[in-house]
Design a binder for this molecule. Structure first.
Ligand SMILES: [Zn+2]
Length: 597
């Protein structure tokens, strides 16, 4: 694929523009015109152009797509009294702006229902931008079974590290331009603002379940464990419209997103797409997804569903075939080639997921990090290894000379590995940092995958300028407020500084009111245990607090002394014990270095 001026590019651009009612120009991406410059992979350049076609689109009578307000799409279905909104983007501000454009064109229709297709933040975070609290209590809010648990729990354990890495993945700190961020492969960029969550009040429990909201009939297919742990497709039989959530995209998707996550199951993903075809294939004339532009026509929808099914099935089956011949994940990543019939198609290309990192993820899912070779079972950690490599290469200067040779030869993968050793052996070595930054930049310029490009270029930036400031939003108020007390205590347990707590012995009760809950907390042997109920015999100290105050305390939006003064927080018994517990908690580091030790 060479550029937007070639016929396939024009065809894609035409498809991306189809149904456009009102444009929403993306000022930051106006540079994405014409041919790709040498600093951007030509296919990624075109994907950026395609994803920058933004605004309000009519998909079918009464069905509207709002694209380009965020990484994800928001959809509006017109009902009898108002509108049903599907997937209100990441932030309230973005969702409100999208809704405003819709209303500008279609009138001030009230929101009569809200649907979340799955538990990822780019599909629920803007809920309060389309529904105020009063209205939210009056309208049906639909979500797949398990939605709330997964929506809030994703941030509990590894959220801080994921947020830091997501900043790299989406190029949050990169300038927009031919030498910077040109998109995210799945959409252009994530919005910044307030992440919210209104809990659903109607869970979809089974495939085949049908609901009518504001006169709009919807039939559901649950697809848990595909792209998200709680996800569903929606069919609108009257209009022959299919919503494929994030199960279908105009790119290979991620089996393991580079920000970090549990590995997804491509086998289940493929099976559910087969079921989508069976259930709705015959009765769908338009298909829309959580990202990218829609697909029109029954045959083309069936082709797209079939291709995406085959893509994930192929990656899964072939990885396991080669794994069972003794190849490791790193080797399989280089061995697997997509069938030409898939490789030729735009929606199977590697703008967001990649064969390389997806194959390694599948290996990881089944086998884990160890490739079986005992020489790799107990290697030195990166800095120690780096010091020894540099010494073996005859010192930093000699090592950098080899880096320069590899760079000139265009072997950037090797240059990056060698330079990484020099930087990790001595992070103060300016020449090494600069050379590594140049190398990562070249890898970024050559990458078809937007998230690879953003990782490479963010690494280069960090080597030159130090750790940047932007991180993806984590644990906003609505998310914390919807965590169970058990989940909050799980989060506290992973903050306990183990070594400092080796000798601590604590027995504390938490009595939370509104809603009322009691939890017995024990700290011993460096571990925080908790269970519902009380200690027997009673604990040394009891914390009494109402739930809203607890949320405020954890989010640091409420002052502990003020809460105590107003009587919303009280400690009975030995108050020093609670102080001791809080003193044993470690602070996470949301700005840890990535490309230096
Ligand atoms: Zn999404």
């Amino acid at each position: 694929m060479s550029s937007g001026s070639t016929p396939p590019g024009e065809r894609l651009l035409e498809e991306a523009r189809r149904g456009l009612v009102a444009e929403h120009p993306l000022a930051d991406y106006e540079f994405l015109q014409g041919e790709a410059p040498p600093t951007v992979h030509p296919a990624l350049w075109l994907q950026g152009r395609l994803s920058s076609v933004a605004g309000l689109f009519e998909l079918a009578p009464g069905f509207y797509q709002l694209r380009g307000f965020d990484l994800s799409n928001m959809h509006v279905v017109e009902g009898e009294e108002g509108i049903v909104v599907i997937d209100p983007l990441i932030t309230a501000e973005a969702a409100a702006a999208a809704l405003a454009l819709y209303r500008e064109q279609r009138g001030e229709r009230p929101v009569t229902g809200l649907v979340y297709t799955h538990s990822h933040v780019d599909h629920f975070g803007g809920a309060r931008g389309v529904l105020d609290a009063e209205r939210a209590a009056q309208v049906p809010i639909l979500a797949p079974s398990g939605f709330l648990h997964h929506a809030v729990s994703e941030n509990v354990f590894a959220g801080i590290a994921m947020g830091r890495r997501a900043g790299y993945m989406y190029g949050a700190d990169l300038p927009r331009g031919p030498e910077g961020q040109v998109g995210a492969g799945l959409g252009q960029e994530t919005s910044r603002g307030t992440v919210t969550l209104i809990p659903p009040n109607l869970e979809i429990e089974r495939t085949g379940q049908s609901e009518v909201v504001d006169g709009v009939r919807m039939s559901f297919q649950l697809t848990p464990g595909t792209e998200a742990p709680a996800e569903m497709n929606i069919h609108f039989p009257a209009a022959k419209v299919l919503c494929a959530a994030d199960n279908v995209a105009r790119s290979m998707h991620n089996i393991l997103t580079l920000r970090g996550a549990l590995v997804r199951d491509p086998r289940i993903w493929a099976r559910y797409l087969e079921q989508t075809l069976e259930l709705f294939g015959e009765d769908s004339e338009v298909m829309f997804s959580g990202h990218h532009w829609p697909c029109w026509g029954r045959e083309r929808i069936a082709e797209l569903l079939g291709r995406q099914r085959d893509l994930y099935a192929y990656l899964h089956d072939q990885t396991l075939r080669l794994l069972n011949k003794g190849h490791t994940g790193e080797e399989i990543a280089e061995l697997i080639e997509l069938p030409p019939a898939l490789a030729a198609e735009w929606d199977c290309r590697e703008f967001y997921g990649s064969v390389s990192h997806n194959v390694k993820a599948i290996y990881q899912r089944y086998i884990g990090w160890f490739d079986g070779n005992p020489a790799r079972l107990w290697q030195h950690p990166p800095s120690e290894r780096a010091r020894r490599y540099v010494e073996a290469l005859g010192g930093a200067e000699a090592a950098l000379e080899r880096v320069r040779e590899a760079f000139v030869a265009g072997d950037y993968r090797w240059a990056a590995e060698l330079a990484d050793h020099v930087v990790f052996a001595d992070p103060e070595n300016e020449a090494a940092r600069e050379l590594q930054a140049d190398t990562l930049e070249q890898l970024g310029y050559g990458a078809e995958n937007a998230t690879w490009r953003n990782f490479f270029l963010s690494g280069a930036r960090e080597l030159r300028e130090g750790v940047g400031g932007t991180r993806m939003p984590t644990a906003p108020h609505d998310v914390v407020a919807n965590l169970s007390v058990s989940q909050l205590l799980d989060a506290m347990a992973i903050r306990l500084d183990g070594p400092r707590a080796w000798d601590a012995e604590l027995r504390i009760e938490w009595r939370v009111s509104d809603p009322d809950e009691e939890h017995a907390i024990t700290v011993a042997t460096g571990v925080l245990h908790h269970r519902p109920g009380r200690h027997d015999p009673p604990a040394e100290a009891t914390l009494l607090i109402d739930r809203e105050a607890l949320n405020g305390m954890l989010l640091k939006t409420a002052d502990v002394a003020e809460l105590a003064a107003s009587g919303r927080l009280r400690v009975d018994g030995d108050g020093a014990k609670l102080g001791e517990l809080l003193g044993l908690l470690d602070e996470p580091d949301p700005g840890f270095p990535i490309v230096t030790p």
